[in-house]
Write a protein that binds this ligand. Sequence first.
Ligand code: FAQ
Length: 332
Amino acid sequence: MYAQGLIGADGKTGESPEFLEAFQKRIDAEEKIEPNDAMPEGYRKTLIRQIGQHAHSEIVGMLPEGNWITRAPSLKRKAALLAKVQDEGGHGLYLYSAAETLGVSREQMTEELHSGKAKYSSIFNYPTLTWADIGIIGWLVDGAAIMNQIPLCRCSYGPYARAMIRVCKEESFHQRQGYEIVMTLAQGTPAQREMVQDALNRWWWPVLMMFGPHDSDSQHSDQNMAWKIKRFSNDALRQKFVDATVPQGEYLGLTFPDPELKWNEEKGGYDFGPIDWDEFWRVVKGGGVMNRDRIRDRKAAWENGAWVREAALAHAEKRRQRAAEAAPIAAE
Ligand code: FAQ
């Protein structure tokens, strides 16, 4: 069924206009679409694509921060970071489960991640060089994730929307723990201030890229907004994020690495400089500093965890057999 290309990539439909119109009416009436409902093939496929990529992002996203758990500067920081990274793993699992309700298996999705067919967020291909990067990831990367994911709580596909509610609550704790790390460093010694400013300089532009290409280059936006999978365009969310985040940085006396960043009274938002889309596409296509390491680490985790999956299956089979043997006795 999914023999060719990326799962969910083609979105070809062969449905009658009446069926598509009736489906659109349900969407327009804000009805939730549930797993057993009839849905256009394109809707199902684009959801598998987006939810699968989102799940992969959460799982790959554990790596840059996981790298700092053993080096966190105090027990309190270590406990919070450990909990955060575990939360990201949990988000990945809810999302894989949500995608599975659309008829794709976790193994298929994993295979596509490992082969490089399926994407994951560009942001996780940048290295975490100092402890300040952990604060900046919480503040900015989780901040951007929340901006994108709050509207997904109203996504038309029920299982995805419901998963997002808990994910967003947890992301909001992540964002606060990040901002608190950044605040401590920004109010610390000159060396700490310099470290956090350097981290902000390195992460700012890649974070703006997380929202995806400009609306004019976003191939999925129009259809996915009509289907109410997306509620806001990539550019609209990027603008909201900049407007919310710049005052938070300025409050701490930090500067943003963009000479064109300026409040625009007329539009009621910030103007900002051009994004380097060549860098974005290079990173998305595998050419970022950490792409190769990230996939190598995910593959190793999958292979090293094979015995756990086998043991769980053997245990489930043993329980099934015992239940089958006990059934005649229970029935007497
Ligand atoms: N990186 O037509 P559009 C997190 C691809 S979770 C890589 O605009 P769409 C939590 C896009 O897939 C972060 N690829 O696509 C955390 C498409 O390629 P395709 C992840 C990107 O779907 C925090 C092509 O470009 N969040 O951070 C990126 O309408 C801390 C054309 O783009 C989600 O996944 C990118 N940045 O809009 C974890 C949220 N942007 O599939 C650990 C759900 C675009 O045709 C630590 N996803 N592309 O081959 C979405 O909202 C959407 O999928 C967008 C893209 C907005 C990401």
